[in-house]
Write a protein that binds this ligand. Structure first.
Ligand code: MYA
Length: 630
């Protein structure tokens, strides 16, 4: 089919080619500011991310198919020896209800965690850690999430973000100095957020200026909502620093990252915050008053702090999916135990369709989350650098899925679930923050959509540049133009996925492939229609993000279930059912979301909603009087 299409395209007349060129050049001009007008235009480097490439309507399969299996025998053995004591500790020694009511983790429990090595899971063994891979880490974190999310945050704020910058960007001296300490009882924290800087992480005001003798940076400012902020001795702190731009000769503020010790002096903190959940974890304001940071504690280079912060967050986000997969597993277990025991109207309630649908949905959400967490950890373990969109999706998806699963577990258990004794009300309170911190889900959805669009747009721009020297770039022009035209005249098959999955899942894979094709076309449509203004079209970006989530999660579960079928595993058929059901519904949601951004009726609804919101904000609350008029 594709070949026939190519021949047809060769026969298209000059007029048609001119049309393509015009369409592409309009897009490229409009995209200028999306790509940051003051920067030299970048030729997009190839990206092996599955998610990034669906924005071009393409299947980049290598990180998704086959499902990663990265543990060697030794790593598997190590993990097995750790799983049992960790589970035992959390089930027998840690008391989540007590931690919650006392709003702290007692000394004995903390000591137990340090002794287990739970605070330094990924620090290399030669400096005192357990030296675990991301996949091994995911498995242990799952146990933590299944038992006590408050403890999870204390552990996560320390190692997933607190000292992760030293692991990722530290020079040998910084690693040798600090890594043994963070494995030996000294808490770490990640200090980014400020009163006026939450989602807009680049707008921080804390400043660090070089001292006149050039030996120190002098740090001043305040951070808020810092997990472990009242406990940490070692902090990764982000601050504005003056940086000389060698091209212009002008000095500009740029964010830099520093390793700050409380013992430097001038570091203080506020009282522990009173929170809805994760109460046993410490959250506090941290203040820096003329703190003298030795210049050698600059982390990752002057002016590179924003990238350092983003990469730390990117690197840790899969851990949240792993932890929350553990939480969901516990919620499902509790709900099922109840549903299979409880009799109403003369029947066990698990035999009713309404309860069955709940249990099935909870289970599928868990399967998707777990599959994503281990797929991303596997990608990271094999050295992938192209996982930041997938990690952001896993964080958003897991935090929303876990909220839904816990809420439904409470619903299944009815009054029993609502009682404190079930423990689920604590889990629900603990879960609420996961949609807010480490990048709110709202900002991460926009991040995923805009990053993907920018990638697709940069490729279109590259194509436009190619037209400037068509003889030299004939191959690229021909390939891209034929793809587009073939698609336009309906002769192209969608990107193929059938060959990537087990034969029993071929039909589901075809549906995902069609979704990717439609998605790629929608991205082109929005690029042409909105150009640079797409950054302001959040109603549209959110729907594109939702479609992205549905496509990626479908591919992930098809990959995992295919693997199970190929291995003929005991649970293969159960996994096939989940993958099929998930993909079926996800495909329908993708179509609905893509339709929503293309049809005038929906666009009109977005505009109405924008007006409704503006009216309410202007009225400082609900606009209309109630029906009795007072
Ligand atoms: S910690 C605080 C968390 N805070 C945030 O996450 C802040 C959210 N904000 C952002 O991420 C950014 O400001 C956004 C970009 C995304 C909004 N990777 O102009 P830009 C590049 C790589 O778009 P902005 C907490 O909550 C971009 O390409 N690069 O930037 C504690 C561009 O590069 P270039 C990225 O509009 C929770 C440049 O940066 C990324 O300012 C405790 C500028 O981009 C990225 N992601 O905003 C949790 N983003 O210049 C505990 C941007 O080259 C852990 N860029 O074109 C729990 C763990 C689980 C439990 C574990 C148990 C053990």
């Amino acid at each position: 089919m594709l070949k026939t299409g190519r021949v047809l395209i060769q026969k298209q007349n000059i007029l048609q080619n001119a049309l393509i060129q015009r369409c592409l050049s309009t897009t490229a001009v409009n995209l200028k500011t999306v790509q940051n007008a003051d920067k030299p235009s970048k030729v997009p480097s190839e990206d092996y991310s599955f998610v990034m490439n669906i924005f071009r309507g393409q299947v980049e399969a290598r990180q998704v198919f086959p499902y990663p299996n990265v543990l060697d025998e030794e790593q598997r053995d190590t993990l097995q020896t750790l799983v049992s004591p960790t589970t035992k500790f959390f089930e027998e020694e840690n008391d989540p209800a007590r931690n919650d009511s006392e709003e702290q983790i007692n000394e004995k429990t903390l000591k137990g965690l340090w002794d287990l090595g739970a605070f330094c899971l990924q620090v290399p063994q030669d400096v005192g850690g357990l030296g675990l891979t991301n996949t091994q880490y995911a498995r242990l974190v799952e146990i933590v999430g299944g038992n006590d999310l408050g403890v999870g945050i204390t552990l996560g704020a320390h190692q997933s973000i607190g000292f992760k910058g030293i692991l990722l960007f530290g020079n040998p001296e910084q690693k040798a100095k600090y890594l043994p300490r963070v494995c030996n009882g000294e808490f770490a924290a990640f200090c980014l957020t400020e009163p006026s800087s939450g989602s807009d992480a680049g707008s921080i005001r804390t400043r660090a200026e070089l001292s006149p003798d050039g030996k120190h940076y002098i740090l001043n400012g305040a951070k808020i909502w810092i997990s472990n902020g009242g406990l940490a001795e070692i902090m990764t702190v982000f601050a504005q620093t003056p940086v000389l731009d060698e091209k212009t000769g002008k000095t500009k503020d740029k964010v830099s990252a520093f390793i700050v010790e409380r013992s430097f002096g001038g570091v203080t903190n506020g009282p522990p915050e009173k929170k809805m959940g994760i109460k046993c974890s410490n959250t506090a304001e941290v203040y820096y008053d003329n703190v003298k940071i030795p210049v050698e504690n600059l982390l990752g280079g002057l002016g590179n702090g924003f990238k350092v912060a983003m990469n730390i967050l990117n690197n840790g986000r899969f851990g949240m999916a792993a932890a929350l997969s553990g939480t969901m597993k516990s919620c499902v277990k509790q709900a099922v135990e109840f549903a299979t025991q409880r009799t109403q109207f003369g029947q066990k309630i698990n035999t009713f369709g309404s309860i069955q649908e709940k249990i099935a949905r909870m289970t599928m959400l868990h399967y998707v989350t777990e599959s994503m967490a281990y797929m991303i950890s596997g990608n990271m373990d094999t050295g992938s650098q192209h996982y930041h969109l997938e990690a952001a999706i896993s964080k958003c998806f897991a935090s929303e899925a876990a909220w839904y699963v816990c809420d439904e577990a409470i619903q299944i258990m009815g009054g029993m679930g609502y009682m404190k004794g079930s423990g689920l009300e604590r889990v629900l309170r603990d879960l609420r923050i996961f949609r807010i911190f480490e990048g709110t889900n709202d900002i991460l959805r926009l991040f995923v959509a805009l990053t993907g669009i920018q990638y697709a747009g940069a490729h279109l721009k590259e194509l436009q540049n190619a037209f400037k020297n068509p003889t030299a770039n004939l191959g690229l022009i021909f390939e891209e133009a034929s793809k587009r035209m073939v698609r336009k005249v309906g002769l192209a098959s969608p990107p193929a996925m059938e060959h990537l999955v087990h034969k029993d899942l071929a039909s589901s894979a075809n549906s995902v492939a069609k979704s990717i094709d439609m998605f790629g076309q929608s991205i082109e449509m929005v690029l042409i229609k909105y150009g640079k203004n797409i950054v302001n079209e959040q109603f549209i970006l959110n729907r594109l993000a939702s479609a992205t989530f549905d496509i990626y999660t479908s591919a992930v579960v098809l990959s995992r279930a295919s693997q199970a079928l190929k291995e003929n595993s005991e649970t293969a058929n159960h996994e096939r059912l989940m993958a099929e059901a998930w993909t079926q519904e996800a495909t329908e949601r993708v179509a609905a979301n893509l339709k929503a951004i293309a049809t005038g009726k929906n666009l009109d609804t977005f505009s109405k909603m924008s007006t409704i919101s503006r009216n309410v904000c202007a009225a400082e609350g609900i606009v209309q009087l109630n029906p009795v008029k007072f």
